[in-house]
Write a protein that binds this ligand. Structure first.
Ligand SMILES: [Zn+2]
Length: 159
């Protein structure tokens, strides 16, 4: 087996012909909120949001307009291949960075007794799973709410 790793469509030289795991990690220090207008990082407080600079205004004496930083919910995303298990796993970590939701597809060995010999099976996270990465609540088939449901609140910036 030989594999090629592509990053944004361009092949990347590998130290190993078949790497077992490729991971994209996001900086833990990145903030969760920023100003939609000027991009300044905003810290969430009990009364709203506090800008790093301490200046509650950005342009034209307007208050900063808080928005969530895209992908700030993701710790890492990884693809693992297991030749001996004939399986590929995609894992996304959104909670405790030591764990992840894992989606795996593997082939049942040809020499297995039964009708499923040689078939591909997919394993996915599910609600009430023992030791879950985070709780899941079904919204509809194949779609789950991840973690505890939070009431959407109006975002303001503390002055
Ligand atoms: Zn701003």
């Amino acid at each position: 087996m030989f594999s090629t790793l592509y990053v944004d469509g361009a092949p990347v030289d590998l130290m190993d012909d078949v790497p077992e795991t490729v991971t994209v990690e996001f900086a833990a220090a990145a903030g969760t909120y920023r100003c939609r207008a000027c991009g300044e990082e905003l810290a969430e407080t009990v009364t709203g949001f506090e800008p790093d600079s301490g200046d509650p205004c950005c342009a034209d004496d307007e208050e900063h307009d808080a928005e969530r930083v895209p992908l700030s919910w993701c710790n890492s995303a990884a693809i693992s291949v297991d030749e001996s298990g004939d399986a590929v796993t995609v894992a996304t970590s959104v909670g405790d960075p030591r764990g992840a939701f894992a989606f795996a597809i593997r082939r049942i060995p040809d020499d297995t007794a039964g009708d499923l010999a040689g078939a591909l099976v997919m394993h996915v996270p599910y609600p009430m799973q023992p030791s879950p990465h985070m709780p899941l609540t079904p919204l509809h088939d194949g779609t789950y709410l991840v973690g505890a449901h939070q009431v959407v609140r109006r975002m303001g910036v503390a002055a």
